[in-house]
Design a protein around this ligand. Structure first.
Ligand code: FEO
Ligand code: CA
Ligand code: CA
Length: 635
């Protein structure tokens, strides 16, 4: 992500715990602070269990880190582009030079800056790993490497044609893909291919639908909205739909927030009228002074049925309003549906939704609208290694009419303010969350937080100026795998790894001690698990450390717990994101987002990946990683 993320007032930061949790558990009495934090986490990896050389369960030979204009993958693997920006998705459309593409052409072609990837097998309900729908978020545009002579900050000066193209380049792309002879390719004439853009119509459902704050001149009902925006992470439901997350529309609106009835809410969500992509300049619905309620219709989780190309996608307001990074779905053992979500901004929170209803796998229709009713909670992490989920329910605790929460819709429209009132734990920018399918443990990535200071540390965010990120492990009670109770009020938690260079004491990193020169990572962003429960982490921000972003496999269990191995690296300027396996684990799809974005302008692009033909533009694209000899990627 590149878009603006916001500050929040210091008053909301909880006081740092003075006792290291691990030190407390071990009876060591270690004191808090960066040095003590390094000490206690280091103890994780220096005990007898790790004295022997660890044998990673991941059998590939680690990639040697290479930082250049190309992607790289470990020996014995292929990494091929499946689909990228501007590729045709409609019968009869020709391959064109994206430098000449207009908005109408873009509306039928693969979008820009690919992020979250869902592989949905075909036919629906099957486990096919050779034929499916690739459902991909298109988060935002990198105007400095799309248009000649334009710097990043020139986005506010884009022409009407350029803005129209950008509005069609974002959203979501669905393409049918098939693997033939080991190679994935798009089925260009598939009737299931579909683009969702800033002009697509979406329904609004759940408690906020129809609220006065959701009504606009275009939609006086408050139940329908054009467009989706900043689609970042996501999730897949057991009934075969895709959840795409809107990660904060704050910098895409112009106008004056003080002209609205809720300036304190818009301020809490970072709205400042900056109109970074010049939308308001050409379309008054993005001018807050003209359409004060339009911002309230973004920053939700959207459910898409990719198997029904004419279906209307739905913004599910019961899941809360935030800079949604991910929406990871778990079917709890009692049939209730659980969604884990992060709010990716400085000092924001980790959330969980538990449905009221239950889902029956024998009756996929029982999933329809199940995400419209349930309990949204926010996490508080304690120094004793436990965490609590605090329900955001109107009428409970401080969430009363006197405090501005007259209805549950008010609570959801002001999710961040409600979570503030409950005393949730501020985090180092929560990105992806995923559940290990084997152990049932939940992992939450804190990507980094340069604004963290010593006085704001807390038990689960332990480093000032955290430029490196860390991964939190959350352990539901009830047992492993399917026995884990993802609806419990209280879990335990641990720090899984602290990212950074283990050889640089200033980083305070903590990985398994056998981590190699090529294996350590910084700025984790997304993660997924292979069918055997091994974690794969994708990074966003390593370019600041003069190393490429990439994908790392990590054991979470056994003697190699916390030992990362480098599998894949991106070309310069790009982040790796959206890692996603086929059901059989034989293909790992990865989005290569914003190649060459580190360039001042297109003329000096640091890479022309993936085409490298003359002056071709760099193109974000989804890559399929497979083993040359077939079989599971990480057998
Ligand atoms: Fe779009 Fe939080 O990365
Ligand atoms: Ca990110
Ligand atoms: Ca992300």
């Amino acid at each position: 992500m590149r878009h603006k993320i916001t500050d929040r007032p210091d008053i909301r930061h909880i006081i740092a715990e003075r006792v290291s949790r691990r030190g407390f558990l071990l009876g060591a009495g270690a004191t808090m602070g960066a040095v003590a934090a390094q000490g206690f986490v280091g103890s994780l990896f220096s005990g007898a269990a790790h004295a022997q050389a660890a044998a990673s369960s991941l059998k590939f030979t680690e990639l040697k880190r290479v930082y250049d204009d190309m992607h790289h993958v470990a020996d014995g693997y292929d990494a091929r582009v499946v689909v990228g920006w501007g590729d045709p998705m409609k019968a009869g459309d020709a391959v064109i030079d994206v430098a000449t593409m207009d908005a109408a052409q873009q509306a039928d072609r693969f979008g820009y800056n690919c992020d979250f990837v869902a592989y949905m097998p075909l036919p629906r309900g099957s486990q096919s790993s050779d034929h499916g729908l690739l459902c991909v978020n298109n988060e935002y545009v990198s105007n400095n490497v799309m248009f000649p002579g334009m710097t990043e900050d020139d986005s506010v000066n884009m022409t009407a044609d350029q803005v129209a193209l950008c509005n069609m380049a974002i959203g979501h792309s669905i393409v049918e893909i098939k693997r033939t002879g080991g190679v994935w390719a798009v089925v260009q004439d598939s009737p299931m291919n579909r683009r969702l853009t800033l002009e697509t119509e979406f329904a609004i459902s759940g408690p906020v639908a129809g609220h006065d704050w959701m009504k606009t001149s275009y939609d006086p009902t408050g139940r329908m909205v054009r467009g989706t925006n900043y689609n970042c992470g996501g999730g897949v439901t057991p009934w075969g739909t895709v959840l795409t997350c809107e990660e904060g529309a704050s910098d895409t609106f112009g106008g004056d927030i003080t002209t609205t009835a809720f300036p304190e809410v818009l301020e809490r969500y970072g709205y400042d009228g900056s109109d970074y992509y010049a939308r308001a300049k050409y379309d008054p619905r993005f001018d807050i002074s003209v359409e004060p309620n339009e911002p309230n219709r973004f920053d939700w989780v959207v459910e898409i049925d990719p198997y029904e190309p004419t279906s209307t996608p739905v913004k599910r307001t019961a899941l809360g309003r935030m800079a949604h990074e991910a929406a990871t779905v778990v079917l709890n053992k009692d049939g209730r549906v659980v969604v884990y979500m992060g709010d990716d901004d400085y000092f924001e929170y980790v959330y969980r939704f538990v449905s009221d209803g239950t889902y029956d796998p024998a009756n996929p229709a029982s999933g329809k609208d199940i995400l419209d009713a349930g309990t949204l909670s926010v996490a508080v992490y304690h120094a004793d290694g436990t965490l609590n989920w605090l329900p955001l329910v109107q009428g409970q605790g401080p969430l009363t009419a006197e405090n501005g929460f007259a209805t549950q819709a008010d609570v959801l429209l002001k999710t961040r303010l409600a979570a503030d009132a409950l005393g949730a734990t501020p985090m180092d920018r929560p990105e992806d969350m995923e559940t290990n399918p084997v152990t049932g443990r939940v992992y939450a990535i804190m990507t980094k937080n340069k604004k963290m200071t010593a006085d704001k540390l807390n038990p689960v965010n332990t480093r000032p100026e955290n430029h490196y990120g860390h991964i939190v492990e959350m352990i539901p009670p009830g047992g492993t795998g399917a026995d884990a109770d993802h609806t419990a009020d209280s879990y335990t938690w641990d720090l899984f790894v602290l990212a950074g260079n283990p050889k640089d004491p200033a980083h305070g990193a903590a990985f398994h001690p056998d981590t190699t020169e090529d294996g350590w990572f910084v700025t984790p962003d997304n993660l997924t698990f292979d069918p055997k429960g091994r974690m794969f982490v994708a990074t966003d921000g390593a370019n600041d450390f003069d190393i490429p972003d990439g994908v790392y496999g990590v054991d979470t269990e056994g003697p190699a717990r916390g030992l990362p191995k480098l599998l894949f690296t991106c070309p310069i300027g790009a982040e790796a994101t959206g890692p996603c396996f086929t059901p059989d684990g034989s293909t790992l799809f990865v989005s290569v987002q914003h190649p060459a974005e580190d360039s001042e302008t297109l003329e000096v692009a640091t890479t022309r990946w993936p085409d490298f033909k003359g002056t071709n533009l760099p193109r974000p694209a989804v890559v399929a990683i497979t083993r040359v000899d077939g079989g599971e990627v990480a057998s």
